[in-house]
Every structure is written in C-alpha cells, then in structure tokens.
Design a binder for this molecule. Structure first.
Ligand SMILES: [Zn+2]
Length: 305
C-alpha cells in the first residue's frame, strides 16, 4: 500500500476505485482527516489531506506524527507527498515539477520524532537521516515525472530537462535539489531568500520536515513531487497568495499525471534500506523502556523489542 499526502484536488483527480473511508486513531492523536483508501489498478492507495479537508491546519499545526503513524497503521510501506514550493533558481520557473533529494531544516516549532515527549517517554532512538528521501523512490518518481510530463527520462540529478521537450503537457521536470523547509506560515524575507540562494538551495517549502523524519522512523519510504508555485522573494517582487494558488492549480494536473505513472510502474518489492531504518538505532536497553511506552509504540518498534 502507498500512502499519499497532498491536496484534495490531487486525490479527486486520481479517481480511485472502491474507496472507503477510515477514521484512524493513533497514539499521537487524530490525523488531519479520515483516510480515504482505494485502488489505482492493483495498488492500494491511502490518501490523507495533510492540512485537513478544509485546509485548517497551518504548516506548524499539522498533526504530522498522527498522519505518518496512521499510514503505517493501515499498512502503507511507502509515502509519496506532494508539495507546493517556491523556487530559488531562475531555471526552475513556476509550474516546474521537481523531485528533491536533499533537505535543509529551518523549522523551529515542530515535534519531529515519535521518540520524544510524553508518548515516547523513556526510549531514545537515533535514526540515520543523511539522505532524508528514500533514494529509490526518489529516482523512481523523478523518472515517472519526466516520462509522464516531458517524455524525456534522461534528466540528470540537479538539472532541469530542456524546455523544448514535446511531451503532452509540455511541463518541465527536474530531478534532485535541496528543499529548505521553513517554519512559515509567512513566506521568507528577502534576506532569508538571498541567504538560501547563496547556500545553493533550490526550493523552499513548509512541510517536508518533520514528515520525512517521521517516515524514516516509521521505516517507510518517503519521496516528494514538488510543484513550483512562485520564485520566492529573491526575484525582487512580493509573493502573493493569488499567484501561488493559480500555479498550484496548474501543478495539480502535472503532479497527478506523474503520480499515476509512478504508481503504475512502481516495483512491488522495496529495494532500499528504509524498512530497516531503526534496526540498531534504539539506544535504550529494551528492559529499561517503560512497558506503557513499548505498548504505545508497538506499531513502530514492536519488531525490535
Ligand atoms: Zn525506501
């Protein structure tokens, strides 16, 4: 099963079959919305609108832990997320679809681990996060996006495909890039935007962290289709919500096409290390972990304790 985080427009456009709704309760509270679970061909898809059905959760307030846990609970092994992002590069104009492979975390107010706070009391887990996105799922998504949107599957990491591609949509895609995740909900200041560009970052968004961290802790593959909505503010102009929403609507179609292709061609077996991400990462001896914590976190650590 594949979990999807995104906007409701993408879910509707996917037109899943045999859809059922599941209200999942997790040790971390309620997810943003009930899950919608259905089939795309042979593949079962569990969809969750990250910001809630009425877009009521700000990037800071999204119940990230409940969302990722809910997908794990219903049996998802991989998560594909879709994001609206600002571009920090002239050659990644609005309406480009990018599959980033690096993240720089600038958030400050989010709980980004299952293993902290009250719910994770008494257990310490240090998970590897050098490559925050699943390398295989990322490569697969980038190829699917390129195939579906430009007909060109030879894009190199970090480079956008040339704009003469004559695919059905004529949409540019790019493989690789650094996504800097800001706290929001305000957009960046000009000084911040200039700083990110000076670092060589490519995209700016508000939700990859802690989603990617939690997916890793839950041993789920995680990758992102990011739709560029604007040039952030380095381009010497203000970002307006109106512009962002217009481009997001256009991106929705591209992301849906890429997603459909990716799901149709995704190998059933996972060929990566994500499913063993916390093997050897639990730093607390099993006998020292409180019984209530072990119970509460059994979906995540049950195989190891
Ligand atoms: Zn993986």
């Amino acid at each position: 099963m594949i979990g999807l985080f995104g906007g409701s427009g993408i879910y509707e456009a996917l037109d899943l079959e045999g859809v059922r709704e599941e209200q999942v309760q997790t040790p971390f509270g309620d997810p943003s919305a009930p899950l919608s679970i259905g089939f795309l061909g042979e593949t079962e898809i569990a969809f969750l609108p990250r910001h809630g059905r009425d877009h009521q959760f700000s990037p800071t307030d999204v119940p990230y832990r409940a969302n990722v846990h809910a997908l794990k609970q219903v049996g998802a092994t991989r998560i594909v997320s879709s994001n609206a992002v600002g571009s920090l590069r002239e050659d990644l104009p609005p309406r480009t679809i990018v599959v980033p492979d690096r993240i720089f975390d600038r958030t400050s107010k989010r709980t980004s681990s299952f293993f902290e706070g009250e719910a994770g009391e008494g257990i310490v887990v240090h998970t590897g996060f050098a490559d925050p996105y699943c390398p295989h799922l990322t490569e697969h998504l980038a190829e699917a996006a390129s195939d579906a949107l430009t007909g060109n599957s030879d894009a190199e990491a970090g480079e956008s495909t040339d704009d003469s591609a004559d695919g059905a949509e004529g949409t540019e895609t790019a493989a690789g890039g650094t996504y800097v995740c800001i706290e929001g909900p305000q957009f960046s200041t000009r000084a911040e935007s200039d700083f990110y560009r000076a670092q060589g970052f490519d995209l700016v968004g508000m939700t990859a962290i802690p989603e990617a961290k939690l997916a890793r802790e839950a041993e789920l593959c995680y990758a992102t289709l990011a739709g560029v909505t604007d040039y952030d503010v380095w381009h010497d102009r203000e970002v307006s919500l109106e512009e962002v929403l217009e481009n997001a609507a256009a991106n929705r179609e591209s992301i849906t096409a890429a997603l459909r292709r990716a799901i149709e061609t995704l190998p059933e077996e996972r060929d990566c290390d994500c499913e063993h991400a916390i093997a050897g990462a639990i730093n607390t001896p099993a006998e020292a972990i409180p019984a209530e914590t072990r119970d509460r976190l059994s979906v995540l650590v049950g195989d190891y304790l």
